[in-house]
Design a protein around this ligand. Structure first.
Ligand SMILES: Nc1nc2c(ncn2[C@@H]2O[C@H](COP(=O)(O)OP(=O)(O)OP(=O)(O)O)[C@@H](O)[C@H]2O)c(=O)[nH]1
Length: 356
């Protein structure tokens, strides 16, 4: 088990999960169907909408199907859906602003959705330029439609009204997104700092606090559910002498390389930590004493095979304590420590434990 910190969150992190996207499509289908039904029953449906509603509904249904039965990239489907919605909202509003089609249509009131949906469906990095493009198309489109039958002053009145409202939409949405990303970054920064408090900066293994935290979280001394585990204390042999001969910096390199070797040799669910100085700990769960001995032997052999530059002959001694030998993790730890002492006394580069 290793503590890792995740890469820095980018501004483009917002991405809608497929299930939520499909729910949104259902909402779009229902929404369009409802408005289509209302317009039809009121008898005032515009010819543009009468053609556009079924096209949009079919397109949403098609996107829904594509998202269920194909592996098409989600972002492409999001763009497709967005293109349908924004395309419809802008074109219907422009169409309604042409004089023959009635200047006082309420189609323009829906245009704000284009910005909200862009930030909902698209990654922030893509939503920002998309909203600007949509804004430009909206303003120019409405200007071109209204100017055909009205003087410049009236046209500017209509278009400026739309432009200012839309700029406020974009500004507010952008502010909300920035605040959200900032909050995410603060939370992530706090997580990283917390992780650092549990990691030994030299070897990247858990430090003593980290080991204690994991041990407590695993609730090793639970009375309801007796846990089967073993603690291995791994101590580098003659490390003082090694430091004296090769220097402290080479000693640091050895500690780092040993930590890496141990971490690659243990099982994914085992816990590795640096207990202090030249001493490491491995906690392994649910293994027989024979499996634990095999693991210890792998760890011992892996270290003794290490060659750092021209230096070899680096060895460790290992003491083991089993959970069934004592009633608390502290007592198991003490047993492992006693066996480590015996391993050192019996010549080092060896493993000691009670045999079962
Ligand atoms: N380079 C380096 N050395 C360290 C570090 N932490 C502890 N040590 C050294 O580890 C050595 C431990 O020495 P001892 O406790 O006497 O043990 P030993 O020499 O390994 O002897 P045995 O354990 O009996 O085989 C000391 O010299 C410490 O200075 C570290 O972070 N970097």
């Amino acid at each position: 088990m290793k503590l890792q910190h995740s890469p820095k969150k980018q501004l483009n992190s917002a991405s809608m999960p497929p299930t939520l996207f499909r729910k949104m499509l259902v909402v779009a289908i229902l929404g369009f169907s409802a408005i289509w039904g209302i317009d039809l029953s009121s008898g005032i449906i515009a010819s543009f909408d009468a053609a556009a509603y079924p096209i949009c509904i079919s397109a949403f249904a098609l996107i829904y199907l594509l998202s269920v039965i194909t592996k098409i990239n989600n972002q492409s489907l999001h763009f497709f859906a967005y293109f349908i919605i924004a395309g419809y909202l802008i074109s219907t509003s422009i169409w309604h602003h042409m004089d023959a089609n009635g200047l006082f249509s309420n189609a323009a009131q829906w245009l704000g959705l284009n910005y909200v949906i862009a930030y909902l469906f698209l990654e922030v990095k893509k939503a920002a330029p998309t909203t600007i493009l949509v804004f430009v198309v909206t303003v120019i489109g409405h200007f071109s439609a209204v100017i055909q039958n009205h003087n410049m002053a009236d046209t500017m009145g209509v278009v400026l009204n739309i432009a200012i409202a839309h700029m406020i939409y974009i500004f507010l949405l952008w502010t909300i997104i920035k605040l959200r990303v900032k909050t995410d970054q603060v939370i992530e920064h706090a997580d990283t700092l917390e992780n650092y408090a549990y990691v030994d900066l030299l070897t990247r293994a858990l430090n003593r606090r980290g080991i204690e935290k994991v041990f407590n979280e695993l609730d090793l001394d639970s009375v309801e559910q007796k846990k089967n585990y073993a603690i291995l204390i791994i101590d580098i042999d003659h490390f003082k002498q090694f430091n004296d001969i090769n220097g402290h910096l080479v000693g640091d390199e050895v500690l780092t390389r040993i930590s890496g070797k141990l971490s690659r040799t243990i099982h994914p669910n085992d816990v590795l930590g640096r207990w202090g100085g030249e001493e490491f700990i491995v906690l392994t769960l649910n293994r027989t004493p024979q499996q634990v001995m095999a693991l210890a032997e792998n760890l011992r052999a892996a270290v003794s095979n290490l060659v750092i530059d021209t230096i070899s002959n680096i060895t460790v001694s290992i003491g083991i304590g089993y959970s069934h030998e004592a009633s608390s993790k502290e007592a198991v730890f003490k047993i492992a420590d006693e066996h480590l002492y015996i391993a050192k006394q019996s010549g080092r580069n060896t493993i000691h434990a009670n045999h079962f």
